[in-house]
Design a protein around this ligand. Structure first.
Ligand SMILES: NC(=O)c1ccc[n+]([C@@H]2O[C@H](COP(=O)([O-])OP(=O)(O)OC[C@H]3O[C@@H](n4cnc5c(N)ncnc54)[C@H](O)[C@@H]3O)[C@@H](O)[C@H]2O)c1
Length: 359
């Protein structure tokens, strides 16, 4: 079915708006219900504007199991279908893509062809050329594509952005971001991950851009392998550090590691001439002896539960034409360019200007 998506619907029908009637009937597709897709399925079941959800997974038994689990307590109906083709034929109004990265570009194109607004987990594509192509295709289609950079919906990161924009920190001199996983992924994950800068630090690069409103102009990165040998075998590092220079001269340091035994640690400090603020330094941050007060964060699902919920609720508003897209594919491209520069810098042991990779 091909929809013609148009923003700003809303015609008065008696005391209710057509918008409200349509919202009650919003039919949401969800593709891929693994780790993050299950989180999205659980969020969708509680959004009252979502009248029904259709789930597809390459493993149909998994799609059925998740539909049964979330359907039991959902606001609307939840059904599993046997394939992605069936999902697009089911008359969906919007789609959430949480399949593995190599399928993102194809699935986004299917949604654009159907005129269906898309929420897609990061990254939207595996490489720069494909990402650029998707940015252009989404613009031509005029259909919203919201990218899952969930840190933008974390209250701490949002507060940082507000404080910087309001001038409360004065002029910024330094940002310090970290993404520290408690334990490495399985070796099979690495070859398709793009490496630590594209896979992990890309979230920090987006956060630095989001919080400061500035662009990155140069990156100097390095990396090390002191853990399992499979990182080096995959042409990757288990720990990476990148130093960014922003277009106003502000410096940012982003660290990433696959080995943080204390727990999952994701923070961003913004330090300015008039003050410093930190996102992610809460009672569960794994920083003994001051923190954690309770159990340290074990992983991204716990740390960003609030953000995952908020980003999908916003997507429903975007799909209904009532909200601006908060994170379009151009944002994914901008963060990926920084990751490309970081990867090239680490490989060549030299600073890399963004202009060098943005060609
Ligand atoms: N924003 C975040 O914090 C965050 C966190 C985790 C993962 N992600 C992203 O989400 C995506 C999924 O990651 P995950 O960890 O949930 O993966 P996963 O392997 O746990 O789950 C993927 C699911 O998709 C299904 N699948 C595989 N191929 C498919 C296809 N062609 N069509 C439909 N379904 C298919 C699998 O059966 C599985 O159920 C990745 O792109 C990853 O980068 C983002």
């Amino acid at each position: 079915m091909v929809h013609t998506w148009s923003p700003g619907r809303g015609v008065i029908i008696g005391t209710r708006t057509r918008e409200a009637e349509e919202d009650m009937a919003m039919r949401m597709g969800l593709i891929g219900v693994g780790r993050i897709g299950l989180v999205h399925a659980r969020t969708l079941r509680g959004i009252e504007q979502v009248g029904s959800t259709v789930i597809a997974d390459i493993d149909p038994a998994r799609a059925r199991a998740v539909a049964a689990e979330v359907g039991a307590s959902a606001v609307g109906s939840v059904d599993a279908v046997g394939s992605v083709d069936e999902l697009f034929a089911a008359g969906i109004d919007a789609v959430v893509i949480a399949a593995p990265t190599p399928y993102h570009a194809t699935l986004i194109r299917s949604a654009l062809a159907a005129g269906v607004p898309v929420f897609c987990e990061k990254p939207i594509a595996g490489d720069l050329a494909e990402t650029r192509a998707l940015v252009a295709e989404a613009a031509t289609a005029g259909v919203p594509v919201q990218v899952g950079f969930q840190r933008r919906f974390d209250p701490g990161y949002a507060a940082l952005r507000e404080a910087v924009a309001a001038g409360k920190l004065g002029w910024l001199h330094t940002l310090r971001g970290c993404t520290s996983d408690p334990a490495p992924p399985h070796a099979d994950y690495l070859p398709g991950s793009g490496g630590i800068f594209r896979d992990c630090s890309v979230h920090d690069y987006d956060a630095v851009r989001f919080v400061t409103g500035r662009e990155v102009v140069e990156v100097y990165a390095t990396g090390a392998n002191r853990g399992e040998e499979f990182f080096a075998a995959a042409g990757d590092v288990d720990t990476g550090v990148s130093t960014l220079t922003l277009d106003d001269g502000t410096l940012a340091v982003c660290t990433a590691t696959r080995y943080n035994g204390a727990g999952y640690d994701v923070r961003l400090e913004a330090c300015g001439s008039a003050g410093t603020l930190v996102a992610g330094l809460d009672s569960r941050a794994p920083l003994p002896p001051a923190f954690p007060v309770g159990a340290a964060y074990g992983g991204f699902l716990e740390r960003f539960a609030v953000a995952y919920d908020a980003e999908l609720r916003t997507f429903v508003e975007v799909a209904a034409g009532r909200a601006e897209n908060p994170c379009g594919p151009d944002e994914a491209l901008a963060a990926l360019l920084v990751a490309e520069a970081a990867t090239r810098s680490w490989q060549s042991h030299r600073p890399v200007a963004l202009a060098e990779v943005d060609q």
